[in-house]
Design a protein around this ligand. Structure first.
Ligand code: PLP
Length: 384
């Protein structure tokens, strides 16, 4: 069997044919260990793992190398500002990022991680008339919020390569579609859409509705700038581009992210932002220093690629297929029920996430350090 998974290969394997099921919203079920995370079915799993028992924490797509040394040093320096609100510092960070990207300060929103921006987008669009369209499976924060506030979610299955099916998405858009959410590179699959096709899609679709591009993993791409849709925001199109400091910058615990959009959209989203800010002076400082430390970013990208290649090698040796990823994680189909796979790995000190979609069990593993990936490989070998 090829080590590179295509949905067609799997369809041919007969597993789905015997059940006669087709990919659709009802069958997409994620097993998650994220605190308070909602499954698409609305079920909440409460078995939150205590990470202190793990030797390799490979379930949250965190950067195992961050924060950078420069960021850590700068954080000590700002500890004494903890008595002051960080209004000025947030404004300054907005100015720095907006200037760097060639956009205005009226185009940018800062949030406590891009999750905050996804959440408020879920509220803003979920409480207005109409529907939000996305691929399935996809990253769920916006869609979970949308559903919690009574909004309607329309899903289009990924294509046979586990990539966003832009043509199918386009043909699903109606007058009722208020927002189209596209995670690129995608979570949980790690795939990307061709950036030229995505650009064409955005140009056409943004004439009818707002397009939200979640670029949480953009910096891992060798052609990050070209693959980003930020230039379309700059040209005035109705597109939201969200980024985060949680991934390549290594600041997940400091909670800071941002989004660019047209001023009207920024204003609409800003109504739902916490008035005195969810952002601390320490996170702003960390983001400012990390943003300038591109040598660290490039080093992380390199180490991530090497550890990912190593892990692909382990999977090949053990006879597993996998979906090639453009991010700091990847998915592969597993040979046992998702929950028990997760438990067995956890018993060996390795935290991963398991998913069930297309009536199939998958592991999503974040790329840790080389040492962590060796632990992962060892545990996988033991249970295979
Ligand atoms: C695709 C995607 N978007 C957004 C986020 C949110 O990240 P944060 O809130 O830490 O910025 C994540 C985190 O895993 C993600 O995978």
């Amino acid at each position: 069997m090829s080590t590179i998974m295509k949905r067609r290969d799997w369809l041919k394997s007969g597993a789905i044919l015997t059940t006669g099921l087709l990919l659709g919203s009802k069958e997409i079920k994620a097993l998650t260990i994220e605190p308070g995370a909602y499954l698409p079915t609305g079920e909440i799993l409460s078995d939150v793992v205590s990470s202190k028992d793990l030797k390799a924490r490979l379930m949250y797509n965190e950067n195992p190398y961050g924060p950078s040394q420069k960021t850590k040093e700068a954080l000590i320096g700002v500890a004494g500002n903890g008595n002051r609100y960080a209004f000025d510092q947030v404004r300054e960070l907005k100015r720095i990022i907006a200037q760097h990207e060639g956009l205005g300060e009226e185009n940018i929103l800062i949030g406590a991680g891009s999750s905050e921006i996804l959440t408020i987008a879920g509220v803003a669009y979920g409480t207005s008339q109409g529907t939000v369209l996305s691929a399935a499976p996809t990253f769920m924060t916006l869609l979970n919020t949308l559903q919690k506030v009574g909004g309607k979610w329309q899903q289009v299955p990924l294509d046979e390569h586990y990539v966003h099916d832009l043509d199918a998405m386009k043909s699903t858009i109606t007058r009722d579609t208020k927002l189209v959410y596209i995670c690129n590179p995608a979570n949980p699959t790690g795939t990307i859409v061709d950036h030229n096709k995505l650009r064409e899609f955005c140009l056409e679709v943004s004439k009818k509705t707002t397009v939200f591009i979640d670029e949480a993993y953009n910096e891992f791409l060798p052609n990050a700038k070209e693959a980003s849709m930020l230039d379309l925001v700059k040209k005035g199109h109705d597109i939201i581009v969200a980024r985060t400091f949680s991934k390549v910058y290594g600041l997940a615990g400091l909670r800071i992210g941002y989004a660019f959009a047209q001023p009207g959209v920024i204003e609409r989203l800003s109504k739902f932002i916490t008035r005195l800010s969810t952002i601390s002076s320490t996170s702003v400082k960390a983001a400012e220093i990390a943003y300038a430390d591109q040598a660290f970013v490039q080093d992380c990208v390199k180490q991530n690629a090497a550890a990912k290649e190593y892990t692909y090698g382990v999977l090949k040796r053990l006879g597993y297929d996998f979906v090639p990823s453009h991010t700091s994680f990847f998915i592969f189909p597993i040979k046992m029920e998702a929950r028990s796979f997760m438990d067995k790995m956890r018993q060996r000190g390795v935290g991963i996430r398991s998913w069930q979609f297309e009536n199939k069990n998958w592991c999503r593993v974040s790329i840790g350090t080389m040492e962590e990936m060796k632990l992962f490989g060892h545990a996988l070998e033991q249970i295979s």
